[in-house]
Design a protein around this ligand. Sequence first.
Ligand SMILES: Cc1cc2nc3c(=O)[nH]c(=O)nc-3n(C[C@H](O)[C@H](O)[C@H](O)COP(=O)(O)OP(=O)(O)OC[C@H]3O[C@@H](n4cnc5c(N)ncnc54)[C@H](O)[C@@H]3O)c2cc1C
Length: 430
Amino acid sequence: MGTTLIVGASQAGVQIAATMRELGDTDPIILVGEEPHRPYQRPPLSKKWLKSELVPGDVILRTREWFDGQGIGLISADRVVTIHRNEDGSGEASTQGGRRLHFDRLALATGSSVRRLTIPGTDFHGVHYLRDADDALSLEAALHDPANRRVVVIGGGFIGLEIAAVARSMDKEVTVLEAAPRLVGRVVSEETSAFYLAAHQRRGAKVVLGASLKRIIGGVADAAGRRSHVVAVELADGTAVPADLVVIGIGVIARTELAVQLGLAVDGGIVVDEHALASDGRTVAAGDCTVMPNPYALGIPGPTRIESVNNALEQAKIAAASLLGERPTYRSVPWFWSDQADLKLQIAGLSTGYDQVVVRGRPDDERFAVLYYRDGALIAADCVNQPAEFLAIRNALGKGHTITPEAAADTDIPLKQSITEPLLATAEAP
Ligand SMILES: Cc1cc2nc3c(=O)[nH]c(=O)nc-3n(C[C@H](O)[C@H](O)[C@H](O)COP(=O)(O)OP(=O)(O)OC[C@H]3O[C@@H](n4cnc5c(N)ncnc54)[C@H](O)[C@@H]3O)c2cc1C
């Protein structure tokens, strides 16, 4: 079959290589990643890593011995900049470092990069983003500097809130500035948003909703003209929120530059089908860089983009099999987690287009679930400190089963016992 080139050496890229080997492929595999580190997991970077509770060995995905043992050529600290494709699907990739890599099969697992804030002042010292290990090392050091007492987090999404929780646990004064009228509003219900607002406030964070930002204010540059340090974030109404440290977490953008170069369809991500095949029918793509018609979107039109480890891994398995000529279909129930202080949120399914929610349990106890329905059928749930409920719901969704809203609301009946009917005919079971 020849050489497989996988661009992007993170969750999806490494999993494509691993699955190809598991499926019996023995041909050469080259995995290229531009980061200078061994492939690692990103989720700990906004959680335990910032508290200095982990060492690099805790977050790496696979050891050097594993790559060697599997005969997978890992090239780090080099970026694929151009790809030339022949008629027969083979081609050659050129890297920034001057490598020319021949391939017979191609996988794109290029992930996403942070969305940049476009107000003045983002280049002052003390302004951080968090996407990769280098960002995490620099933010970890800044958080441990006692001079940085006041932390302003721009963006009340999962990563911003995780960082806010870490900063509060280190006794920093924390202010979260969120442009929308509620926290994590793009993903969760009003009930879950309200819970997180109260929970962060209880833990001592200030949260400003509907915050319109004007600029980041810095001090005076030194005599040599070196960048000065941030001192505040100014809102459109003139309020200045004092800051020694600013962390921006306003979402990510799929990295599609190579796909565009190859003429593949792109729509907010590389468009792939249920076999992880791109529009040319032979390149595969997986993970944060893709959009696809997710079966759990239950008829919501348009491709879905999912930024989660589970999606990267499950789609990568499909991509690997497709590269080997099999045609498995993506069927994994989407799921995600976020750890904020002692609150473990686990989300199963996709809530897009819900028309009813049921709150099971009491949010004030910090142990509850919000179940989402569309046309009477269960489509998703947010579970806070309820791992057993999460598993029950994820399994139910996987089997196309449901839980009636009435049963869901009754905490006297264990959720597992309430899983009964298949989804209604209007919501096509995957
Ligand atoms: C701080 C943080 C916390 C997170 N927490 C959670 C969580 O709690 N739960 C959860 O489910 N998900 C979480 N996520 C999201 C999760 O990490 C991503 O969904 C996952 O990493 C996606 O994997 P991926 O392989 O598709 O992309 P990425 O992890 O983005 O990897 C893509 C890789 O490709 C490389 N690359 C891109 N272009 C090129 C090129 N041209 N040449 C060479 N290399 C290239 C990039 O440098 C990168 O290393 C978190 C993400 C971050 C940043």
